[in-house]
Design a protein around this ligand. Structure first.
Ligand SMILES: NC(=O)c1ccc[n+]([C@@H]2O[C@H](COP(=O)([O-])OP(=O)(O)OC[C@H]3O[C@@H](n4cnc5c(N)ncnc54)[C@H](O)[C@@H]3O)[C@@H](O)[C@H]2O)c1
Length: 243
């Protein structure tokens, strides 16, 4: 882990849901490198095992983190994804739809609500996780995922208004395709032509490094973004450019 000269999160406690995942691990490492006490919440493999669909467990986890470490001052909600559910309209079941909406949407809302008593006291910040697949139709992911990730924008804006008066900021990132260890195998398994078509759709004509999603998240969570709230930052190399 590289340490940073002027750490932005010294004496800060940061909670990352989905913190044992591909992006989550990189984000936790980024916060730790900048001085934060960082707690990865995940089903397994994190610092605390918590299911984000269980609001009671989330409240207990936030209380436990507060008594052990202070804060939390920052919440990053990454738990989510398609979660192994089928993409095609005729293939996914009602249970699959529930799974995707429960973890991505309700899990984000419940994590925010559980952290808010602490974030309000600390005038903290939240970074939620949308996706390019919720910003424009994507052939890679299905309708439940697009629905869930589009909902993150509304959640983020509405919550930003609700808590802005307490000095709490709420912003989203919408990543394009980032090759976590899980997705790297899928990408490498594509034909040369398929890989080229993915890269050609990106204005910068290259795939991103994982650090390139970490940096925008840390920026939004930091005091450098002190007058930014309610926005979604597209981090996709120019594959999708909203007006
Ligand atoms: N990797 C990408 O290209 C990409 C692109 C756009 C958006 N995203 C979003 O970024 C976030 C992280 O993605 P990733 O690529 O690191 O995926 P990942 O699967 O590696 O990580 C997701 C993590 O969430 C955890 N999780 C799942 N259900 C949970 C639950 N009920 N409670 C607690 N934790 C739970 C998983 O255990 C996993 O560790 C997701 O929300 C995903 O939709 C990723």
């Amino acid at each position: 882990m590289t340490t940073v000269k002027n750490p932005r999160f010294a004496d800060r406690t940061v909670v990352v849901t989905g913190g044992a995942g591909g992006i989550g691990r990189a984000v936790c490492e980024g916060f730790r490198a900048e001085g934060a006490t960082t707690i990865a919440l995940d089903l397994t493999g994190g610092d605390l095992d918590v299911d984000v669909t269980d609001e009671t467990a989330l409240r207990e986890a936030m209380g436990d983190i507060h008594s052990r470490h202070g804060g939390p001052h920052v919440l990053v909600t990454l738990a989510g994804g398609s979660l192994g559910t089928p993409r095609d309209l005729d293939a996914f079941t009602a249970a699959d739809v529930d799974t995707v909406l429960d973890v991505n949407v309700k899990g984000t809302l419940y994590a925010c609500r559980a952290a808010l008593p602490h974030l309000r006291r600390e005038r903290g910040s939240i970074v939620t996780c949308a996706s390019i697949g919720g910003r424009q139709p994507s052939p890679v992911t299905g309708i439940p995922y697009a629905t869930a990730k589009a909902a993150i924008g509304g959640l983020t804006r509405r919550l930003a208004v609700e808590v802005g008066g307490d000095g709490v900021r709420v912003n989203a990132v919408a990543p394009g395709l980032f090759l976590t260890p899980r997705l790297r195998g899928m990408f490498d398994g594509l034909s040369d032509a398929e890989r080229a078509s993915v890269v050609d759709a990106i204005a910068l004509r290259r795939m991103p490094e994982l650090d390139e999603i970490v940096a925008p998240i840390l920026f939004l969570a930091s005091a450098e973004a002190s007058f930014i709230t309610g926005i979604t930052v597209d981090v996709n190399g120019g594959r999708f450019m909203p007006l």
